[in-house]
Design a protein around this ligand. Structure first.
Ligand SMILES: *Cc1c(COP(=O)(O)O)cnc(C)c1O
Length: 401
């Protein structure tokens, strides 16, 4: 078994880790890792006597492993303070966690709807898996599944609190931290047993790859996950794996910048909303006064005031937030009116996106838009919101005549 976590970089910054932590694995003199597309690797002829090729050579067939996968897992293991295993999508990664723990009773908090579908598929095969709310008692629970920040609101949960409760009940705590990758959050520090990310979001970061990552505290679970991945063919493709390695080099600058812009936009939209309901407020300009009239609520971790915020998010909250309107028609009007926020699903990439989650997830409120902030400037995005809200106000006023 290879140790992928590189202790030389344990105390260095995230950017240094993502640029250097796996370079000892490069077998050729390139500075930038090459992409390897081979599915099969030459046998070492002198070690073919026994049925144990796995022990004598690292790469045999790419479903089991390839150099690009080893490199990206090394980078992620160092950056995420655990043992990382890469899968073909976030949901495949979730399935692998269930197959590892084989839980009979799962407590799940507010979460991405796709995770519930994976649980349903697992339950159909495993038979009789009980699913209960993570906000209630944990008696008989073997696995607690928590998402923080929560998709779609962008609000956070106090991870330490769930860890204490889960461990007191003898359960394991899985944290889906897709919406706040390093350096925004490090859930092992709050007691998580396993961390999962959809790498299709911030880790990939450019809306061009599907992948998932499971990070365990110890190497034994990672080895078991790799066995499952090989047995079922759950891994990511060579291009995706290579793109992921390439994207991690800029992870730190991307997400810190995206998170800063998002927090400023949340503050701006919330100031519009407050001014529409109270005279004791400060809007940037008189023209902004009408802008908050149709905003029913803005939700994001930066508006929550929870005690765990600082410890859990040393470098900012995520760049996803949600905006609520009085009606579904208003929400859809704004989604179509925004020009720099592409009207599309997904989140975490360099392009700002706005999504009407109700189209995909019936439990999501029809008056809500999920917003994911990319790398456009704050000023340009703020101007986009101003024009969209101005158009909404004009449209509503005209239709009332
Ligand atoms: C997108 C997402 C997933 C699923 O990941 P895929 O890569 O799309 O399979 C899981 N959890 C959260 C919080 C997500 O946002």
């Amino acid at each position: 078994m290879v140790e992928l976590k590189n202790p030389l970089y344990a105390n260095m910054s995230l950017s240094t880790q993502t640029l250097h932590a796996s370079k000892h694995l490069l077998e050729t003199p390139e500075v930038s890792p090459p992409i390897g597309v081979t599915t099969t690797f030459l046998y070492k002829k002198d070690s073919m006597e026994a049925n144990n090729y796995g022990a004598s050579q690292r790469y045999v067939y790419s479903r089991e492993g390839r150099p690009n996968t080893t490199q990206v897992e090394s980078t992620l293991s160092t950056a995420m303070e655990g043992h990382a295993v890469v899968f073909g999508s976030g949901l495949t990664a979730a399935l692998a966690i269930l197959l590892h723990f084989k839980p009979k009773k799962v407590a799940i908090g507010d979460s991405y709807f796709g995770i519930r579908r994976v649980l349903a598929q697992y339950s159909a095969v495993a038979g009789n898996v009980q699913v209960v709310s993570a906000e209630c008692g944990y008696e008989g629970v073997d696995l607690v599944w928590l998402e923080s920040p929560v998709n779609p609101t962008g609000e956070i949960k106090d991870i330490s609190c769930y860890a204490l409760r889960a461990h007191a009940a003898g359960a394991k705590l899985v944290v889906d931290a897709t919406l706040a990758p390093p350096p925004l959050s490090y859930p092992f520090r709050q007691g998580a047993d396993v961390v999962i990310h959809s790498a299709s979001k911030y880790l990939g970061g450019h809306e061009d790859l599907l992948a998932g990552v499971v990070v365990s505290r110890g190497p034994a679970m990672a080895e078991d996950l790799r066995r499952t991945r090989s047995a079922l063919g759950l891994g990511a493709g060579s291009l995706e794996t290579w793109l992921l390695q390439r994207s991690l080099a800029t992870l730190s600058v991307r997400v810190v910048q995206q998170a800063k812009t998002a927090a400023r936009l949340v503050a701006l939209l919330e100031s519009f909303r407050r001014c529409a309901v109270s005279s004791a407020c400060h809007v940037p300009s008189a023209a902004d006064l009408a802008l908050g009239r149709r905003l029913a609520a803005v939700r994001h971790a930066s508006l929550q005031q929870v005690p765990c915020a600082e410890a859990q998010h040393p470098n900012g909250f995520g760049a996803v937030f949600s905006v609520y309107f009085a009606s579904k028609t208003q929400a859809l009007f704004v989604a179509k009116q925004l020009r720099l926020h592409a009207f599309a699903t997904s989140l975490g990439g360099v392009h700002s996106l706005v999504d009407w989650r109700h189209a995909m997830d019936a439990t999501s409120e029809p008056t809500m838009l999920r917003v994911s902030i990319g790398l456009e400037s704050f000023d340009d995005l703020a101007a986009d919101w101003r024009q969209a809200l101005t158009a909404l106000d004009a449209h509503e006023c005209a239709s009332k005549l």
